[in-house]
Design a protein around this ligand. Structure first.
Ligand SMILES: CC(C)(COP(=O)(O)OP(=O)(O)OC[C@H]1O[C@@H](n2cnc3c(N)ncnc32)[C@H](O)[C@@H]1OP(=O)(O)O)[C@@H](O)C(=O)NCCC(=O)NCCSC(=O)CCC(=O)c1ccccc1C(=O)O
Length: 333
């Protein structure tokens, strides 16, 4: 069983699913929707470094599927220990070291294996680095294979991927969204929550952590400064209805309808124009993302420009060694 509310008739395992240990990755049978789920329910779906690597890989894979328009990010459950539900409870505090979260056990062996296999051809700093885009990794290794001796804080790379992925990412919250898990739901485009079990809580300052980026500053854009400061400074727990009233949850639905509603949202999203949805996501991001936001939006504008006959004339003229002739193209106003 993947998760109690998971309907196996509606999903098939996606590529990479069998390689993952801490997450599951499925694709809907009837729409361009994928479901990526934390799969550590006994620890409220806390993430360790390997979890973050897998999450990055799954998101990066989903990003590249041109027939996928919607990504559901959720948490499997319930806990086999006490029946509790969670979206994600943030960084696994049991593996937190002095400079970040540590790979452990077989993750360490993986780190050692990767270091040994790469030591002939790469400097130590290269071995420890990751790029935001897996395809840009000089070694050709997936981020999953980049287990490091150093502590990691790379959930922020996942946050940036969610922010820039040209698809709609929906946080589907069946239980606790806490600490770094709360920040993840904040950075997702939409949040759908279980009426009965979803709970939203920021414990970052309790464990001397601080997401000073999207987790706090972007949250304040969603729910206002006073409320966002309350979330962090008082550490109150909010249920799904309260979170919806605050503006950080789009809708609260009965727990047993959560996954079906999420799939229905996926179908609605996939029925819309991919270009329009991509441009809208980047438009929403742009005002908060500074020059990077402008660059991402501008890149898509350039892509649209390249698709025109006008752009083809510019390219063809260069390739054919002649002056371009733009006379037939109007100066639109
Ligand atoms: C989530 C709780 C509120 C749930 O409470 P409750 O329902 O009473 O259940 P518990 O009995 O407490 O928990 C059940 C079981 O799960 C274990 N567990 C829960 N959360 C974690 C966790 N985060 N790490 C490890 N283990 C966890 C718990 O110990 C129990 O185990 P048993 O063996 O059964 O006893 C409550 O559990 C809770 O408050 N959890 C801690 C939440 C927390 O503080 N999370 C960390 C916040 S900091 C963070 O997430 C990192 C931030 C971050 O990502 C980041 C920030 C800035 C820069 C970079 C980064 C980055 O990249 O990491």
């Amino acid at each position: 069983m993947v998760s109690e509310r998971f309907d196996p008739e509606q999903w098939e395992p996606a590529a990479l699913n069998d390689e993952f240990r801490d997450i599951t990755y499925h694709r809907a049978v009837d729409s361009g929707t994928v479901r990526i789920a934390f799969d550590r329910p006994d620890v409220r779906n806390a993430f360790r470094p390997g979890t973050v690597d897998e999450l990055y890989d799954a998101l990066d894979h989903a990003k590249r599927q041109t027939d996928v328009g919607c990504i559901l990010l959720t948490g499997n459950g319930p806990s086999s220990k006490d029946g509790g539900w969670a979206f994600c409870s943030g960084g696994d505090q049991t593996v937190r070291g002095e400079d970040g979260y540590q790979y452990e056990g077989d993750e360490e062996s993986e780190a050692q294996r990767v270091r040994e296999s790469q030591s002939d051809s790469r400097s130590p700093s290269e071995v420890q680095s990751t790029s935001e885009d897996a395809s840009e990794d000089a070694s050709g290794q997936s981020p999953r294979a980049q287990a490091s001796e150093q502590g990691r804080l790379h959930i922020l790379e996942v946050q940036r991927l969610i922010r820039h992925i040209p698809k709609v990412v929906v946080a589907v919250v069946p239980g606790w969204a806490v600490g770094g898990g709360h920040s993840l739901h904040v950075v997702c485009d939409l949040t759908l929550a279980s009426e009965e079990h979803a709970k939203f809580l920021q414990t970052d300052p309790d464990v001397a952590s601080y997401d000073a980026g999207f987790g706090s500053a972007y949250l304040a854009k969603q729910i206002g400064q006073k409320k966002a400061r309350e979330v962090f400074f008082l550490g109150k727990t909010y249920d799904a209805e309260e979170a919806a009233e605050m503006g950080m949850v789009n809708e609260a639905v009965p727990h047993e309808e959560l996954e079906e509603t999420a799939l229905e949202w996926g179908r609605r999203i996939n029925s819309k124009s991919p270009t329009a949805m991509r441009m809208l996501k980047y438009a929403f991001n742009m005002t908060d993302d500074g020059m990077v936001g402008q660059q991402v939006f501008a890149g898509e504008a350039t892509r649209l420009g390249y698709m025109t006959d006008e752009a083809k004339e510019g390219r063809d003229a260069f390739v054919e060694g002649r002056d371009p002739d733009f006379d037939e193209f109007p100066w639109h106003y």
